[in-house]
Design a protein around this ligand. Structure first.
Ligand SMILES: Cc1ncc(COP(=O)(O)O)c(C=O)c1O
Length: 407
């Protein structure tokens, strides 16, 4: 889709000088290609979408309509899955802190809980005893540390007595049934994926006589393209080849194979959103040209630190097209480091628009209410007109409604 200056100007008049755009078709393509890469190689594959990566309800409803299960890590996310009408039994409930109220809901609904600690297991047993539920399948999040740099803090250490104790506690409980194992690591390289797959398989072979019902390999997959190409990119097909081959060699009999569960977040949503922001001032500091935009690094980079070149530059006056000097693009906050771009070779003028692609993963959910509320999220049609307002721009009221002044 090509968007004109006039269209961006009109949108900014209606929704503010910074806004996100979302692309439903791209989301559908991502889901289809990711899923197919695995199902073409192995019949029992289930995809669960990681809500924390981007929990815009509009996006979740599309994902739900494509029969992708929710993967949630808090009561807020659990309730969100409920409110969009997801199948409650299919919810995968992960995370290191599950409060009693949310566990109670998950148990009554027979959602799939992956246990993160012995204390959590004790709480589950306690809550379970207060219900009429007579069979609850659970998984354990496994911690396998020893893969070099990343020492994960999540799950139960498979080499510890706590792990054995958890298995025994589940066996001894008449209602609980251990149906599978889970892991997740943030590293997206193929070696790491191969390592965790082997670790989970090794643990499963030791823990279960036959194949478990499921092995959940978590998320941590690159999307299939990037704002700037990366040498370390891994294709969906390569992830699928490594995971399914290892599972098939551990469980060769088609009659005794686990379901492979995958929990992608980034791989499905990263390239579904762009961030647009308007230049409100240009100036020179020590002869370096600076464009001040009505946006901020906090809307562009989840950790508020990674500056990069814009993907799109839509100019008020396209005749000023010749790249001239390296520009810095800076935001509205009072933080010295609020640089959206550094040394961007171009010719920027006041009122130009800059667009940054690949902002669908963690950007929306990690924008702090720092200095300003968050921008609107829009869906445009093929002609660049607003089709849907997915989120209104946040208001001051949204941010301050919970604060009280009474003394
Ligand atoms: C348990 C779990 N599953 C899935 C994901 C999604 O990861 P990604 O966005 O890297 O695919 C995460 C992210 O932290 C996670 O913790």
């Amino acid at each position: 889709m090509k968007i004109s200056y006039e269209q961006l100007k009109k949108i900014s008049q209606d929704y503010g000088n910074s806004f996100y755009t979302f692309d439903t078709e791209q989301l559908k393509v991502n889901i289809e290609t990711f899923t197919k890469s695995f199902t073409q190689r192995y019949p029992k594959v289930e995809i669960a979408y990681s809500y924390k990566t981007n929990y815009i309800p509009y996006v979740l409803e599309i994902i739900d309509s494509l029969e992708i299960a929710p993967e949630v890590v808090s009561e807020m996310e659990y309730d969100l899955a409920t409110s969009i009408g997801a199948n409650l039994q299919e919810i995968i409930y992960n995370g290191p802190v599950k409060n009693r109220a949310s566990l109670s809901k998950a148990i009554i609904n027979q959602s799939r809980i992956n246990i993160d600690s012995l204390d959590e297991l004790n709480l589950i047993v306690e809550v379970l005893a207060e219900t009429q539920v007579n069979c609850l399948e659970v998984g354990i999040r496994c911690n396998f540390n020893a893969n070099g740099a990343t020492v994960s803090r999540f799950g139960i250490d498979v080499k510890s007595q706590e792990f054995e104790k958890a298995i025994q506690m589940i066996k001894d409980n008449k209602v609980l049934k251990l149906s599978g194992l889970h892991c997740h690591l943030p590293d997206r390289d193929l070696d790491s994926v191969e390592w965790r797959t082997n670790q989970l398989l090794e643990t499963a072979l030791k823990t279960f006589k036959n194949a478990p019902k499921f092995l959940d390999f978590g998320g941590g997959f690159f999307g299939n393209d990037f704002a700037t190409p990366r040498e370390d990119a891994v294709s969906f097909v390569d992830y699928a080849r490594v995971i399914t081959n290892l599972v098939k060699s551990a469980y060769p009999s088609p009659d005794d194979q686990p379901w492979i569960i995958l929990e992608p977040g980034t791989a499905l949503v990263a390239n579904t959103m762009n961030y647009w922001t308007r230049v409100v001032a240009v100036k020179k500091i020590e002869s370096r040209p600076i464009a001040v935009v009505d946006g901020s690094i906090h809307e562009l980079s989840p950790n508020g630190r990674q500056s990069r070149n814009p993907t799109f530059h839509v100019q008020l006056d396209p005749s000023t097209d010749t790249p001239s000097e390296p520009w810095h693009v800076v935001g509205y906050t009072c933080i010295e480091d609020d640089y959206l771009s550094k040394n961007y070779l171009s010719q920027i003028s006041k009122d130009d628009f800059l667009g940054y692609s690949h902002v669908g993963s963690y950007n929306i959910v990690m924008k702090p209410p720092f200095i300003r509320p968050a921008s609107a999220v829009l869906e445009l049609d093929r002609n660049g007109e607003v089709l849907n307002v997915i989120r209104e721009a946040q208001t001051t009221g949204n941010i301050f409604s919970g604060f009280r002044n009474e003394r």
